[in-house]
Design a protein. Sequence first.
Length: 35
Amino acid sequence: MEFFLLMIAPHIVLALCVLAVFLWGGRRSDYFHND
């Protein structure tokens, strides 16, 4: 089970980082309208 957690943990962290960046970017809508 510990090996499974070690295998899945990086994916969970990566998913949280992507979600955080997505939410942070979504709140900065003016940044995307700057094209």
